[in-house]
Design a protein around this ligand. Structure first.
Ligand SMILES: Cc1cc2nc3c(=O)[nH]c(=O)nc-3n(C[C@H](O)[C@H](O)[C@H](O)COP(=O)(O)OP(=O)(O)OC[C@H]3O[C@@H](n4cnc5c(N)ncnc54)[C@H](O)[C@@H]3O)c2cc1C
Length: 372
């Protein structure tokens, strides 16, 4: 976790938004503690703070002499303790907790590789075992759902785990077609050993469009744009091939207040899940997508759907969204919930405008889904 990954939150640095056993998903924060053995705890704290700031993590002092690192859905409290530092990590889901441990290991390694190596977390680790939120999905097949968007279907006996929020996963695409891949393994210190060299995995974040626990199936809708890794893998895949999966993780669908949302094709699956989450939702949704997207998105009656041509650029989509949302704003019956997910340039434009409008950061998600 270079800094917890994707979604501008834990999946985006060390995610992206990325997760636990199914029984604990959504059951409240997960916690783990550890002691890092360091000769000069005060100096280590100062260096950790500087490192956190350089990673653009939020850091604030903790009384009496500690440091708190925090982001959406996670925190790490650090206090001087005899012979080192005491660490207390809390996370909204298993993927985030894993990411926090990876991040902590990486930060400590910068101070003292030995301290990082000796780190042990209170919730235990099974060295050599798969990461706690790791699963394999088995390829079933694909079909087209919209121009430019293909549905990839996987078998997963544990599908219930992906049926509720959070809605994103990190797919691990192996270098070897169809053969047994090497997957990430837990290290004793809470870090993750990633396959390297010829066994290195390519990873991409996607939204689970639908999980069917009865059939044991997962659907992911992927943009097909030419040189994409996943569609390329899917084009070669034969039934029985496997992908690795970490997660789910990231933000739950924004649930509170009238919705002001916009998406490009890559964020259409997430927008569809947000719209499906609350049939009584009011608001506005804009999508740069073909006309068939109206059926795909199936917005609730209270949400006005507008479609822009699929080829609309990210900045043009941002401008269309801001104009429509600001027009709709006065009619909102409660503080609005803003959600914009598309290519990075559009996201920058929306963020800047929402800053200028002083929109509370807790009431907005502006997430770069890809970069041109
Ligand atoms: C939280 C989250 C959820 C996401 N959910 C989905 C999802 O459900 N479905 C989905 O399709 N994507 C989704 N994405 C976006 C997806 O992760 C990126 O598009 C990813 O980079 C795709 O990898 P790639 O191998 O296709 O392209 P990359 O290896 O990232 O890039 C290769 C080339 O393809 C271009 N490119 C990448 N993505 C696109 C695109 N969408 N359209 C046009 N050109 C592109 C790049 O600019 C680059 O030139 C999500 C991203 C995030 C952060």
């Amino acid at each position: 976790m270079t800094a917890p990954q994707n979604t501008g939150r834990l999946d985006a640095g060390p995610i992206d938004t990325g997760p636990l056993d199914a029984g604990r998903l959504g059951a409240g924060p997960l916690a783990a503690g550890a002691h890092a053995g360091l000769a000069d705890p005060q100096d280590a704290l100062r260096r950790l703070e500087a490192l956190a700031l350089s990673w653009e993590l939020q850091a604030r002092p903790l009384a009496p002499s500690g440091l708190a690192l925090a982001g959406e859905g996670w925190s790490v409290d650090i206090h001087p303790a005899p012979g080192g530092l005491s660490l207390a990590a809390e996370a909204g889901d298993e993927a985030i907790l894993r990411g926090l441990k990876e991040m902590t290991e990486a930060m400590l390694a910068g101070l003292s590789p030995e301290a990082a190596e000796r780190l042990r977390w209170s919730d235990g680790a099974r060295p050599g075992a798969p990461a706690a939120d790791f699963r394999e999905w088995t390829w079933i097949g694909r079909r087209n759902v919209l121009p430019g968007l293909d549905r990839l279907v996987f078998a997963c006996p544990d599908a219930a785990r992906y049926a509720a929020a959070p809605m994103h996963v990190r797919l691990l695409v192996p270098p070897c077609d169809g053969a047994a891949a090497e997957w990430p393994r837990q290290k004793a210190n809470g870090g993750i050993a990633w396959p390297s060299g010829e066994a290195a995995l390519a990873t991409r974040v996607y939204t689970v469009r639908r999980a069917d626990p009865v059939r044991g199936e997962i659907e992911v809708d992927a943009v097909v744009h030419g040189d994409d890794l996943l569609a390329g893998w899917a084009a070669r895949a034969r039934p029985g091939w496997r992908l690795g999966v970490l997660g789910p993780s990231g933000a739950p669908p924004p649930a509170d207040g009238p919705l002001l949302a916009a998406a490009d094709l890559s964020a259409l699956p997430a927008l569809a899940r947000i719209l499906a989450a609350d049939p009584a939702r009011e608001g506005l949704a804009l999508a740069a997508a073909p006309p068939e997207a109206a059926r795909y998105l199936a917005p609730p009656l209270g949400v006005t759907l507008r479609l822009a041509p699929p080829e609309t650029g990210a900045e043009a989509l941002a401008d269309l969204f801001l104009e429509a949302a600001e027009t709709a704003l006065p009619a909102c019956s409660a503080p609005a919930r803003w959600w914009f997910a598309a290519e990075a340039a559009g996201v920058r434009r929306v963020r800047a405008r929402l800053d200028a409008l002083n929109v509370d950061r807790a009431r907005r998600d502006c997430v770069a889904y890809w970069r041109a």
